[in-house]
Design a protein around this ligand. Structure first.
Ligand SMILES: *Cc1c(COP(=O)(O)O)cnc(C)c1O
Ligand code: SF4
Length: 341
């Protein structure tokens, strides 16, 4: 008789203890020089980092820092978080509110641009400050909306039965406390025509311990169907801890999607984009959108022109199964949906 060793069970990582992520969030690096020193970057990067930091502050949690190669100023993860002198240049067409969102906010913290879906700003804060972010100039205060302020927004949702999906956004909605989020989701559940809860977040990538018992508790309990859209731009962002966080989310019945931004010097080549899709699928995540950069002031050095973007995606399509292809889109103010390129 042939004896076989048992099939190894999937490695089961322990669920992080509730709230441990908050210490990681408050311990994030917020000093441009410290960022350079920790990554053994030459002093010539310091002045640029200070200039960019004055425009949009540095924020990098340790768990993300650990995935950056020290001594490499071109590391694709570092490029997403290291401020550069280029950010202070004024480039025609690059503006402070490229999406003109200020015009679509019927209630404070609510954006209703697309049919059937409303976007709710559940937390103005982020766990990481991404240099290309279109919200780098958005007029947020750092406080999460209070329950009294939510009342207005919830009235709006109750009154419009064409709304089937609530999208929690930010900043990063998962920067809010589980007490706040649990309360909010209970309010949303009470709206009979609401079917889906969507969460757009980078936190499970930046601080995987965010997906803890307290979060899984409210997320696992809701009657709403759940979609989490992660925001990952490069395969190096997906380490074992991120894969474990995705597994916990899937265990709570969440459909996982990913959106990326096409960024010069980060992911603007076919091998990187193909590796990203493959790695996402290993984490049980499907690619959703590949956004071209929103023309936000301070981010012009990340731009890829449309012709180059189309060529990249056309080549990528020959390398990947259709279900691993993200849709290349642009957000055009005033349009009724994202616009495919
Ligand atoms: C992107 C976006 C959505 C969601 O669009 P989908 O195409 O459904 O992913 C909804 N509301 C606003 C304001 C958006 O910017
Ligand atoms: S909103 Fe998203 S892209 Fe912008 S800084 Fe926050 S995590 Fe980064």
């Amino acid at each position: 008789m042939i004896t076989r060793s048992p099939i190894p069970l999937q490695r089961q990582a322990p669920t992080p203890s509730p709230g441990a992520w908050q210490a990681q969030l408050s311990g994030a690096i917020r000093d441009p020089r410290e960022l350079c020193r920790r990554l053994a970057l030459d002093e010539r990067w310091w002045p640029g980092a200070a200039t960019g930091h004055a425009l949009f502050e540095v924020r990098v949690p340790e768990a993300y820092l650990a995935r950056i190669r020290p001594g490499d100023p071109h590391d694709p993860l570092l490029r997403q978080v290291l401020p550069l002198d280029e950010e202070s240049r004024s480039i025609p067409g690059f503006v402070t509110d490229p999406l003109e969102e200020r015009e679509h906010t019927p209630k404070r913290g609510l954006i209703h641009k697309y049919a059937g879906r409303v976007l709710l700003i559940a937390s103005p804060a982020c766990a990481i400050n991404c240099r290309y972010c279109f919200r780098r100039h958005f007029p947020y205060d750092e406080n999460a909306p209070s329950r009294a302020q939510w009342a207005n927004t919830l009235d709006y949702l109750h009154a419009d039965d064409s709304i089937r999906e609530a999208i929690l956004s930010g900043g990063d909605p998962l920067a809010a406390s589980d007490r706040q989020l649990g309360w909010l989701v209970e309010q949303l559940e009470a709206i009979p025509h609401l079917k889906r809860l969507r969460i757009h977040t980078r936190l499970p990538v930046v601080i995987p311990d965010r997906i803890d018992e307290a979060l899984l508790d409210w997320l696992g309990r809701t009657r709403l169907q759940k979609v989490v859209v992660l925001h990952i731009n490069h395969p190096n962002e997906i380490d074992e801890a991120v894969i474990d966080a995705c597994r916990r989310l899937r265990g709570a019945g969440v459909t996982l999607l990913n959106q990326s931004v096409l960024l010069a010097g980060v992911n603007d080549d076919v091998p990187t984009l193909a590796a990203l899709s493959e790695r996402l699928f290993e984490a049980d995540v499907l690619p959703y959108y590949l956004h071209v950069l929103d023309p936000v002031e301070g981010a012009a050095h990340f731009e890829i022109d449309d012709a180059a973007a189309r060529m990249l995606v056309d080549t990528l399509r020959r390398e990947l199964p259709g279900f691993l292809m993200p849709t290349l889109v642009r957000e055009i103010p005033g349009e009724a949906s994202k616009t495919p390129l």
